[in-house]
Design a protein around this ligand. Structure first.
Ligand code: 5GP
Ligand code: MN
Length: 320
C-alpha cells in the first residue's frame, strides 16, 4: 500500500514529462472519459502521453477526442516517468496492462471505488465519489488547465455513464454543478445521451430479449438473477461491452433489492452485482476476490455457470 495524497499526486503530474494512462478491462464510459480528459489536460501542459487498455473502446464513444490513440498492451513501447491507473479498482482489473504499470518508476492511481486498497505508490482516491470523471474535473481545476469543449465532452460522458445519467444515489448537488460547468464549457449532453442511451445496436436488443426471457426471481422477488452463456453471445453477436448494464434490467423491477448477472466468459464466470440503496453488494464481490462500489460491484468465479449462480445466490440470501 502506497501513500494517499492528492497534493502528492498533483505534484508528481506537474514534475513528470511522460505518462502512460491505463484504463481497466471491459472499459466503460468513466475509465475512457477519464483517460481521454486527462490526456488532453496533460498535452495542454506539454507532457507526452500514451494510453493503454486491454480491451476494445466501444464504438459509441468514438465522438471523444483521442479515442483512436489507445494502444493494446503489446503495442506500448518506450519508458515513462509514471504510469497512472485510472478508475481501476484493483491491479488485476488492468488485465494485460498490469506489467506496464508495474514496470513504471512511479505507479500512480486515480480512483473512486470504495474497495480500492491504494495499490499505487501515489494514490488519489475519493472513495464513494460519483464518478472518476469528477476527480478528473477536480484535477483539471487544480492544474489550471482551461476547460475546452473536447475535455468537457470526455468528462461529461463518464460523469453521465457512472451516475446512470445523474440518477444514482451517488449523484449530489456537486455532480450537477460539475455537469453544469461542463455544459457551460461546450459539453454536448444531448449528443452524449443519444449515443450512450438511445442508439442501441440491434445485437444488444436481441440480447435484451434473451435477458428478459431468462430473468428469474428468488426470495419473494427480492433477488433478480439472469445469466448469459457463450452461446447467447455467439447467437446475437453482442460483445461483452455491449451487454454491459443488462443486470440493471433486473434491478429496475419493483421489490427487487439485489440483482446479479452471471456471464460466461472464456476463462470463468463474470458476475455483475447490483443493489438498491440502502443494500450493498461490494462485500459479496470482495468475498470472491472482486470489488467495486457499494451498489455496483463485480467478481469472476472459476466454476460452472450453475455453480456460480448458486454460490452468488446463497451469498446474497445470507444478507436478507
Ligand atoms: P460491472 O458489473 O459493471 O462489470 O462492474 C461494476 C463495478 O464493479 C465497476 O465499477 C467495476 O470496476 C467493478 N468490478 C467489476 N468486476 C470487478 C472485479 O473482478 N474486481 C474488481 N476489483 N472490481 C470489479
Ligand atoms: Mn468509474
Amino acid at each position: 500500500m502506497g501513500i494517499e495524497s492528492k497534493a502528492g499526486w498533483l505534484e508528481q503530474v506537474r514534475k513528470g514529462t511522460s505518462f502512460l494512462l491505463i484504463s481497466h478491462v471491459n472499459p466503460d464510459g468513466d475509465t475512457i472519459g477519464s483517460v481521454l480528459g486527462l490526456r488532453l489536460a496533460l498535452l495542454h501542459m506539454g507532457k507526452k502521453v500514451k494510453l493503454v487498455c486491454d480491451g476494445d473502446i466501444p464504438k459509441n464513444m468514438s465522438m471523444l477526442t483521442g479515442h483512436e490513440c489507445y494502444l493494446k498492451p503489446d503495442q506500448v513501447e518506450g519508458t515513462f516517468d509514471a504510469a497512472i491507473a485510472v478508475d481501476v479498482s484493483s491491479p488485476d482489473m488492468m488485465g494485460a496492462s498490469l506489467p506496464l504499470f508495474e514496470a513504471a518508476p512511479v505507479r500512480m492511481v486515480m480512483d473512486h471505488h470504495s474497495t480500492n486498497q491504494a495499490y499505487g505508490d501515489i494514490n488519489w482516491i475519493c472513495r464513494g465519489e460519483s464518478a472518476n470523471c469528477q476527480i478528473v474535473y477536480d484535477a483539471i481545476m487544480e492544474l489550471g488547465v482551461p476547460l475546452t469543449k473536447e475535455i468537457a465532452n470526455c468528462v461529461l460522458l463518464g460523469l453521465s455513464t457512472d451516475t446512470g445519467h445523474f440518477q444514482y444515489a451517488s449523484t449530489t448537488a456537486r455532480t450537477i454543478h460539475t455537469a453544469a460547468a461542463l455544459v457551460d464549457a461546450g459539453g454536448e449532453i444531448s449528443r452524449i445521451s443519444k449515443l450512450m442511451y438511445r442508439s442501441q445496436p440491434m445485437r444488444r436488443i436481441q440480447m435484451t430479449k434473451i435477458a428478459y426471457q431468462k430473468m428469474h426471481f428468488e426470495n419473494d422477488g427480492q433477488i433478480g438473477m439472469l445469466d448469459l452463456t457463450k452461446a447467447d453471445f455467439e447467437r446475437t453477436g453482442c460483445t461483452f461491452g455491449e451487454a454491459d448494464g443488462l443486470v440493471n434490467l433486473a434491478l429496475e423491477i419493483e421489490g427487487v433489492r439485489f440483482a446479479f448477472l452471471a456471464s460466461e466468459r472464456e476463462n470463468g464466470i463474470k458476475i455483475s452485482l447490483r443493489a438498491a440503496e440502502p443494500d450493498t453488494v461490494n462485500d459479496v464481490a470482495v468475498r470472491f476476490g472482486g470489488g467495486g462500489h457499494a451498489q455496483a460491484a463485480g467478481c469472476t468465479l472459476y466454476m460452472s455457470l450453475e455453480e456460480a449462480k448458486q454460490t452468488i445466490l446463497e451469498a446474497i440470501q445470507a444478507k436478507l
